[in-house]
Design a protein around this ligand. Structure first.
Ligand code: URA
Length: 240
């Protein structure tokens, strides 16, 4: 990590504004590199080795952030929304400078694992239909889920718009008036899980995502909490 980069580029990459904004910031004398006020945005720095300060606070350089959220009901999975609070709205300011976004969508009433990052390449790979990344859900549905459903889901379910889903894996935890199951799908069509159960005459009463690729929801995260991924989780996720 010895590459030198322009100071204005480093600050802009970290979300401190556009190149123009950060040039102004630098010109105003608020930025120091190794204890020396630097007024020139073209100054070459090694963001991992040089000590860069803004308003005397050390900036810890990193390009990407990766957060795991146990999404609560009531939040929408987007970066902004005219009517509802979003998953990004509950993040701390220290993360917002990285301009994070949720990878894929969970419905407003769905809980569970949501990856929030600013790594567009990883997001693209996880969401690409070609990659067929597994998404596992815990589902409660009204009615008895039976062996026959396992077979139907494995074959593919015809949704209300005529689309036939890819084979999916249904595991019955408990079959009852309200059944508890796990469902693993490799796609992300709009309301897919709810529509799959609707096609077999059942209503989803509760939905929670528990894994995405190699990333598993941390059971210690309460609903509404989030944390950074560990380095190990990041590298595992990249191998999904
Ligand atoms: N399928 C759904 O129906 N809703 C979700 O939030 C995720 C998958």
């Amino acid at each position: 990590m010895s590459k030198k980069e322009r100071l204005d580029k480093v600050l802009a990459n970290m979300g401190y504004g556009s190149r123009k904004d950060v040039k102004k910031l630098i010109k105003s004398g608020r930025v120091k590199v190794n204890d020396i006020v630097t007024l020139n945005g073209e100054t070459k720095v090694n963001p991992y080795e040089d000590n860069i300060f803004l308003d005397n606070e050390r900036i810890i350089y990193r390009r990407y952030i990766y957060l795991m959220m146990n999404k609560p009901k009531g939040l929408v999975s987007s970066t902004d929304d005219p009517s509802f609070k979003t998953v990004v709205d509950i993040l701390d300011q220290e993360y917002l400078i990285y301009k994070p976004f949720p990878v894929g969508r969970l419905d407003k009433d769905t809980e569970g694992l949501l990856l929030i990052t600013n790594d567009g390449k990883l997001a693209h790979e996880l969401l690409s239909p070609k990659k067929r990344v597994d998404k596992k859900y815990y589902v409660e549905v009204d009615g008895y889920v039976e062996e026959e459903h396992i077979r139907l889901f494995k074959e593919g379910i015809i949704l209300d718009d005529g689309y036939k889903t890819l084979p999916s894996q249904l595991e019955i935890i408990n079959s009852s008036i309200v059944s508890k199951v796990y469902l693993t799908i490799q796609e992300g069509k709009f309301h897919q899980v709810k529509r799959m159960f609707k096609s077999v005459g059942m209503k989803v009463l509760y939905l929670k995502r528990i894994s995405m690729g190699n990333l598993i929801l941390d059971e210690n995260l309460d609903v509404g909490q989030f944390r950074e991924l560990t380095d190990e989780e990041i590298s595992l996720l990249k191998k999904s």
